[in-house]
Design a protein around this ligand. Structure first.
Ligand code: ADP
Length: 377
């Protein structure tokens, strides 16, 4: 038996908050994720009030657990706003954009296939995910350079850094500003290198980002997708949080993805993780556009000699075995690391170099697979 958001809301409406009103009217709930008997959400309160809310959190968890069909329930109590600040309005207030609980969003409509529940983003042709089974494999570096490669092919491209646990797009792009709001109170993405760019890192401090948990990840990413004035884009590249846990699965399920690119290093462990990534996207019916092997071989910055320090080629082999496209090999090279970490990604700063050519070739394959969708949009 599947549990609906409405059932969860009905059970929460019977719980009284320390503010004297029903929990559902206290303006503290994040978006509620209810899928396959698993229910996740968070209660977002001011730090000074947190102690008073702990019993409410436990009560809410018990109430949801009692709904027939619920198998797992996680209710997080998050206290991220400064003491004394007002509870958030349903949309960001002018001049001080921030990520708010997404209870203002309509619950996803429809049922059955997870894909049926996602609505398209107006003006955006194809949303694609760049994912990895674990952190540190160069997912964000690849996502940005892939976005730039797509730009070089003449496409209008956006980049959404949804890596809530460690947003690196501010570092990779050198962007630090807070996005402004337009008249409809939507956030205006920052622009750099010809890309429309949005990152959770523009809104919260990096340390805050580290403590985000599943339900908050969802509401933050939903907001970054829907409450941002993306304009007209052919492709929106989403830099996903690393890993294949519940948060990633829920995200993959709720973002209207047209495809996913999986980044792996040649090491075995990372390939096992990549396989999990493939399985995850398969589960939510998102086509895997292919696997990229990053840090594929070491290329000496002085003499150009290639060394297969990690036993290169594993990802190509794996892709063949699994029947998904192999998109290319990116060397482990000082120039890629140095340009990334200096906020000047290599495709933009060394457009005629060999690395830019590799990223553009990968982008070309991605573009070819999305051609029909982009043309239709
Ligand atoms: P992830 O998003 O998977 O955590 P990042 O993109 O932040 O990984 O990359 C981790 C580190 O590895 C960064 O310092 C980045 O500059 C570096 N890096 C990524 N890809 C390469 C590469 N092909 N060659 C050299 N350094 C790389």
């Amino acid at each position: 038996m599947s549990v609906t958001q409405q059932q969860v809301l009905d059970s929460l409406a019977r719980i009284k908050s320390p503010r004297g009103v029903a929990l559902t009217n206290a303006n503290v709930l994040s978006e509620i994720t209810a899928s396959d008997g698993k229910v996740f959400f968070s209660i977002n309160v001011e730090a000074a009030e947190a102690r008073a809310w702990e019993s409410v959190r436990a009560e809410a968890e018990a109430a949801v657990r009692a709904i027939p069909g619920v198998t797992t329930v996680m209710v997080a109590l998050t206290a991220e706003r400064k003491p004394g600040s007002a509870p958030p309005p349903p949309t960001p207030s002018r001049g001080t954009p921030g990520v708010q609980p997404a209870h203002a969003h309509k619950p996803p409509q429809g049922g059955g296939s997870p894909m049926a529940r996602q609505s398209e983003i107006p003006g955006v042709g194809a949303v694609i995910a760049v994912a990895s089974g674990k952190g540190g494999v160069g997912k964000s570096t690849t996502a940005l350079n892939l976005a730039l490669g797509l730009r070089d092919l003449g496409l209008k491209v956006g980049l959404l850094d949804a890596d809530i646990y460690g947003p690196s797009v501010p570092r990779l792009t050198g962007l630090r500003d807070k996005p402004e709001l337009n008249d409809e109170r939507k956030m205006i993405p920052l622009r750099r290198f010809g890309l429309a760019i949005m990152s959770i890192g523009f809104l919260v401090e990096e340390e805050t980002a580290m403590i985000w948990r599943g339900p908050m990840v969802m509401s933050a990413v939903t907001q970054m997708l829907r409450d941002v004035q993306w304009g007209t884009l052919d492709v929106l590249v989403v830099d996903m949080p690393p890993g294949t846990g519940d948060a990633q699965l829920t995200l993959a399920q709720n973002v209207p993805l047209k495809g996913a690119v999986i980044i792996s290093t040649p090491q075995d462990l990372s390939l096992i993780d990549a396989r999990r990534g493939l399985a995850m996207f398969k589960k939510v019916n998102v086509p895997v556009l292919g696997i990229v092997e990053n840090m594929s071989y070491f290329q000496c910055p002085h003499c150009g000699t290639k060394s297969d320090i990690f036993g290169h080629g594993g990802a190509r082999h794996e892709a063949e075995k699994l029947g998904v496209p192999f998109l290319g090999e990116i060397p482990l090279h000082m120039a890629i690391r140095a340009t990334s970490d200096a906020g000047n990604p290599v495709v933009d700063s060394e457009p005629d170099g060999p690395h830019a050519a590799i990223y553009r070739a990968i982008a070309g394959q991605v573009r070819d697979q999305l051609k029909g969708i982009i043309a239709a949009a």
